[in-house]
Design a protein around this ligand. Structure first.
Ligand SMILES: Cc1cc2nc3c(=O)[nH]c(=O)nc-3n(C[C@H](O)[C@H](O)[C@H](O)COP(=O)(O)O)c2cc1C
Ligand code: SF4
Ligand code: SF4
Length: 277
């Protein structure tokens, strides 16, 4: 069967909004080519029915040279039923084994891997902000040249699919991403939890600043690590926390602090709009 337009789902994990922004840019280019795109931000095991899509994009931030474990563990349990998919990511400069870690999680899910695209972000792990009251300019949230590359990648991929019978789509399967020994070793010795605990530190709520808006628990945290107690104040489950630093950066009153945010200067570009996703 020939499909002239595609139904596409972009499913991504994003903490401070860079990957969300990248996903939006990819979606806009697909929509301009007549396709229907649904953006879905992963939030704490939210159920997603991938059956309805012709093509799926899986996106994530790069953490410690791989993709966030909470996300890749989730991917292991989904079914792709011979659907084509691609990978997109944002990072601070060194993706390491990140594409490979998503590919590996999906390897046994019966999908057709079509390739990947990476956007270099403006920020890196030290993404706390101490005194910043407004987001930095979001123009450079993801390198504009990488956005153009991602758009070209998406356009080529979609036009291949729409000009070919669906039964023939498997022939577009790409070579799997490479796994680099160096990044595996480094990723193992400096895990997310280590990075988070040593560099970010435990989160502390400044109650006087907290307006009990619930945004951190209901909209910001992608990992289900924040719950509201009976007084509507957030509580943090450090075991579930992945260290994305979204809550620290995006709380409207900056009521969440860590040892780092109290002492370091801001070093982040983030997207405030992610709180609406
Ligand atoms: C805990 C942590 C680890 C990170 N590790 C890496 C890394 O290994 N390589 C890299 O290039 N960027 C790394 N970064 C930077 C993020 O990949 C980058 O900021 C990304 O664009 C964030 O996307 P998000 O805003 O969608 O969460 C790390 C960020 C955090 C918070
Ligand atoms: S987002 Fe900030 S102000 Fe709102 S409940 Fe969370 S900590 Fe309090
Ligand atoms: S608790 Fe904060 S830093 Fe941890 S995963 Fe949630 S939003 Fe990210």
């Amino acid at each position: 069967m020939l499909k002239s337009t595609l139904k596409i789902g972009l499913f991504y994990y994003s903490g401070t909004g860079a990957t969300a922004y990248f996903a939006q840019k990819i979606a806009e280019s697909m929509q301009n080519n007549g396709h229907t795109v649904t953006l879905i931000r992963y939030r704490s095991q939210n159920h997603t029915d991938f059956d309805e899509y012709d093509l799926i994009g899986f996106g994530a931030a790069v953490w410690v040279w791989r993709s966030p474990r909470v996300f890749t563990n989730f991917l292991k349990n989904i079914k792709l039923n011979n659907k084509p998919y691609f990978i997109f990511q944002t990072c601070g400069g060194t993706p390491g084994n990140a594409q490979w870690s998503i590919y590996k999680s999906l390897k046994h899910n019966n999908g057709i891997y079509l390739g990947d695209t990476v956007g270099m972000g403006a920020n890196n792990i030290r993404s706390w902000r101490a005194n910043l009251s407004e987001p930095e300019d979001t123009k450079n949230l993801v390198n504009p040249a990488d956005i153009e590359k991602a758009k070209a990648f998406a356009t080529k991929m979609c036009s291949q699919l729409t000009s070919t019978e669906t039964e023939e789509w498997p022939k577009f399967a790409s070579i799997p991403p490479q796994k680099y020994f160096k990044w595996s070793v480094l990723g193992t010795v400096s895990s997310h939890r280590w990075q988070m605990q040593m560099l970010v530190g435990k989160k502390k709520l400044i109650q006087d600043k907290c307006t009990k808006c619930g945004l951190c628990a209901n909209k910001i945290c992608p990992s289900g690590a924040i719950t509201l107690n009976s007084d509507k104040y957030p509580e943090f489950n450090e075991k579930l926390c992945q260290g994305c630093q979204g809550c620290i950066n995006l709380c409207p009153t900056l009521a969440i602090e860590t040892k780092s945010s109290r002492t370091k200067q801001p070093f982040v570009t983030y997207r405030k709009e992610i709180t609406n996703l």
